[in-house]
Design a protein around this ligand. Sequence first.
Ligand code: HPA
Ligand code: ZN
Length: 334
Amino acid sequence: MSKIIELIKKIPKAELHLHIEGTLEPDLLFKLAKRNDIRIPFANVNEVKSAYNFSNLESFLNIFYQGSKVLITEQDFFDLAWAYTLKCKEDNVVHAEIFFDPQTHVNRGINFDVVINGIYKALLKANKEFGLTSKIIMCFLRHLDEASAFEILDQALVHKDKIVGVGLDSSEIGHPPRKFERVFNKAIAKGFLTVAHAGEEGPSKYIWEALDLLKVKRIDHGVQCFHDEKLVVKLRNDQIPLTVCPLSNVKLCVFEKLEDHNLKRLLDKGLMVIVNSDDPAYFGGYLNRNMIDCQKALNLSMEDVKKLTVNSFKSSFLNIDKKKKWIDQINNLS
Ligand code: HPA
Ligand code: ZN
């Protein structure tokens, strides 16, 4: 194994853009469909995998929301999150900030408590057994209206101790951040941190709105910033984190191939970029796979790899001491 691949594997990493529903691997999908007696439109794992050919975000979301329907009980959510924590262990991801989409579940009759408790218990177990630290971020579905987001925010308040922040995901184009300005203001007033998907497929204007109106601490994706020189300057000057998801971007045709991805260009311009896996069960790989493939396609150096992982901790919601501990460890790696 080359030295740089070895470095990618062993370096401690934080993952900041990961949808827990997007870690539903085909074998768990089948297991849960059987356990809950739910019909899925696939005969076997191979059929599932061949359905994972997407032309854009919308075509992915249709399959993604269908898959989520097999998640019914607290045990299901536990099993889903536990499986992801084992991937973290394998990839040396030592800290994970995880999205979940409560409206996807509550709107089909699953209790909020069932969802959050299953995820939370798995994360606690992973912390006890192998020291993984984590935070949970609740995303509002932007294709639904703001009233629905207010309702789910109310339900989240009793779980404030388990949820660090709110985010915004689902179909981007036609659903600008400004649609959610009031509910984000309420979330901030209640003590939640904010993040938002912006500039994945949507225009750079949505990134401005996420910053100015939703007061986000990070932009999820953000790769469309490149079309707006003023925005690039702001992102660099303010060191706003962009949680970039390279394999996701290729699978959803944001870039034709990994070689065309602007990750390295953004990094070289001094932007605070981080590599993440988004929905790894659907997009072909967890964090190490994303980093290894990017290293090869974009010719990332050892210094780039270190920079990306230092950025992941700097941009996390860990406290200063924990950030420093991991960053010192990375800087001491040979
Ligand atoms: N973009 C928007 N919404 C999502 C995504 C994504 O990449 N993954 C899961 N929900
Ligand atoms: Zn995402």
